[in-house]
Write a protein that binds this ligand. Sequence first.
Ligand code: ZN
Length: 182
Amino acid sequence: MSEYAVIVIDMLNDFVTGNLKCERAQNIIPNIKKLIEAARKYNVTVIYSNDAHYPQDHEVVEKWGSHAIKGTKGAEVIPELKPTTKDYIVEKRTYSGFYETGLDPLLRSLGVKTVILTGLHTNMCVRHTAADAFFRGYKIIVAKDGVEAFTQEDQDSGLKYLEYVYNAKLELTSNIIKEFSK
Ligand code: ZN
């Protein structure tokens, strides 16, 4: 079993083309696609960490408005990155993929030591997922061409923060794929 797991964060219709659309998400779709296809080929686990909100969630009501409501089209993974039956989907109700979800026990049961983070947004859900991964002793790789934010400034400062605070290795997806094949 591989010590790696690729985590695809919030690549959902609402974040890419819907209510909370991020134009820059288009930049990373082909890279994430290549990465998850390689992961499946080399038996590296692929886990989708997806917002699946209740309409009354604090984050929906107080902060962002309606997005990724559980059971709606907006909460589905974008068609380009559709999960296969081999992949795992772990729903979350706020920024971190670990917060009150089954992600940690799932990673442990798979023997994962290093999480490879991709998706949206570098300075929000990726950052909070990295924080919780760090607290739990996982090594962190961030696909620097596989994460995005609303602005270039958020992207640059977000990546810098991940590297500085959580010791994340910032790596191109092509290099991560090379690592899988070793
Ligand atoms: Zn949300």
